[in-house]
Design a protein around this ligand. Structure first.
Ligand SMILES: C[S@@+](CC[C@H](N)C(=O)[O-])C[C@H]1O[C@@H](n2cnc3c(N)ncnc32)[C@H](O)[C@@H]1O
Length: 507
């Protein structure tokens, strides 16, 4: 007997498109003919100059998008200089604190950390109309004095306000985010994951560019975090109580979600209504939508009633297996043996840990006020930084991101360094946890009238570093855990200054 030939040849074009998608997910999109390569964007990925081209396709467009791609691909001329005097345990620590614009820093990290980062958390400017947005100078820095430090300077100011009235309000924000997210993706491990905090001002645009950069299939969830503990009664329409946290993986099939410890509330949903020796249980529907005639049969309840699935549904299993389940007392017909049957699911048999849900209430992960109080407690009750996240929120993110063992965790909008604090807390909880962090923060000048400035914290990096020192001391005193409390500080500088070129991994 001749073997049947598979006459269907593989669709080589589709396979090639998939290969392009693996390398440049942003360049594969929907066209009138179906999935297609966006050659304009692909050309752009392969060119240092802005490429022209206009063809209708499904994508988010804004003036400056191609420049943003060029910005991401341009090499950096900057270097990282070690700052020993600000570091703690410089020679032994594996944690990094990097001062500078994160675009340049992300480029520098490409070399040593490509595909090595397990988890990224970022909390970028939300574009509320009051934020300062860092303007990337596409036309390359001709004025050498442009401050890499990002500190305010009357002449060379690159941190610019982005008011809602600006004709480029969304465009400028998107152009700022796009190259940074692209560079961030390269750093992720195959099982790596990124969490991005945002609010309703830009969540729709962020979702679009993340779909493009990470690939739609790598979207995991849009978490709703209840950030406010009380409504604002002076809100014009609705008092906004939530933030979004978008989650994307580098490669969805390689990623596993971190389960959360079972809560008392979840366990209390399990009862033991028939004193089953296997302990408490909860019950589940026995029918399914996918119809199969052999799974469509009658079941007789203990009280004698005949029950058949309705609405085109059928039972989830065969008649024989159902009979075995009934004999094993795994089917519940209600107290009087007269109800539609349901499957008993025993607490003792459910997987350890709960799948996280997409609503994160402040009772579980803290609210904005908690973040503020935590920071104040570390700094003699002074509010030196606006809007720090609560450490409980970051602990939850790290757990859900499954950043365990020796995972490297990156936060390139690190602000007051809540992420570093949460990493130390989790490591200490395990007594000798080995997660490492990389914090990146622009030395954005603090306002001369602010309490922070008056107390000597001239920029946000000074606050971030001191927070880590103080949090480390506190955790050490409270737990005595044997973890890495140190961090090595690097500052972004011009390579023109003929500094020795240091890569973080050279140590
Ligand atoms: C919303 S805050 C982050 C707060 C942080 N999650 C916390 O809990 O403290 C955003 C931070 O990003 C910093 N930032 C803005 N643009 C930056 C850039 N281009 N590079 C590095 N940091 C930047 C700002 O200075 C600000 O401190």
């Amino acid at each position: 007997m001749s073997e049947k030939l598979d006459l269907q040849s593989p669709n080589i074009v589709n396979e090639n498109v998939a290969k392009i998608a693996a390398l440049f997910p942003n360049c594969v999109t929907e066209s009138a003919e179906g999935l297609a390569v966006d050659f304009d964007l692909l050309k752009q990925e392969l060119s240092d100059a802005v490429v022209e081209g206009t063809k209708e396709r499904y994508r988010l467009e804004w003036p400056g998008k191609k420049e943003a791609i060029v910005t991401a691909n341009l090499p950096t001329t900057k270097t990282l200089r070690p700052v020993r005097e600000d570091s703690v345990d410089f020679d032994n620590t594996e944690n990094l604190y990097i001062e500078g614009d994160n675009l340049e820093v992300l480029k520098l990290l490409q070399e040593s950390y490509l595909g090595k980062i397990k988890m990224i958390y970022i909390d970028p400017p939300y574009n509320t109309g009051k934020d300062f947005v860092y303007k990337d100078n596409f036309a390359k820095d001709t004025q050498e004095e442009l401050l890499e430090s990002g500190q305010k300077d009357e002449n060379n100011q690159r941190l610019v306000a982005n008011p809602e009235t600006s004709g480029r309000y969304h465009s400028d924000w998107l152009s700022m985010m796009y190259p940074r997210l692209k560079l961030a993706r390269n750093l992720l491990k195959d099982d790596g994951v990124i969490f991005v905090s945002i609010d309703d001002n830009e969540v729709h645009n962020l979702r679009k560019i993340c779909d493009e950069i990470f690939g739609e299939q790598n979207f995991v969830a849009n978490i709703i975090w209840e950030r406010a503990f009380a409504p604002k009664n002076d809100a014009k329409y609705i008092s906004d109580s939530h933030d979004h946290i978008l989650i994307y993986t580098r490669s969805i099939n390689d990623f596993a979600i971190g389960k959360l410890p079972r809560s008392v509330a979840a366990d209390s949903r399990y009862k033991n209504m028939d004193n089953d020796p296997r302990g408490p249980w909860t019950s589940d529907n026995l029918t399914v939508k996918t119809y199969s005639p052999s799974y469509d049969y009658q079941i007789q309840t203990p009280s004698g009633k005949i029950i058949k699935p309705t609405d085109g549904r059928c039972w989830f299993t065969s008649k024989e297996r159902m009979q075995k389940l009934i004999e094993d007392n795994r089917i519940w017909f209600g107290k009087d043996g007269n109800n539609v049957p349901r499957l008993k699911r025993f607490l003792s048999e459910v997987q350890s840990g709960m799948v996280p849900i997409s609503l994160w209430p402040f009772k579980e992960v803290g609210h904005n006020q908690e973040g503020r109080q935590e920071l104040k407690k570390l700094f003699e009750d002074k509010g030196y930084f606006d809007g720090p996240k609560p450490t409980r929120l970051l602990e939850r993110i790290i757990k859900v991101g499954y950043a365990n063992d020796e995972s490297i965790i990156l936060d390139f909008y690190s602000g007051s360094a809540t992420t570093a604090h949460a990493v130390m807390k989790l490591n200490a909880e395990e007594k000798d946890g080995k997660r490492k962090y990389i914090m990146v923060q622009l030395p954005e000048a603090t306002d001369e009238k602010s309490e922070a400035y008056k107390a000597g914290y001239k920029n946000i990096c000074e606050i971030g570093k001191e927070r880590i020192r103080r949090a480390a001391k506190k955790i050490k005193e409270e737990t005595g855990a044997d973890i890495d409390y140190g961090f090595r500080v690097y500052r972004l500088g011009r390579s023109k200054m003929q500094d020795v070129y240091f890569k973080p991994t050279d140590f």
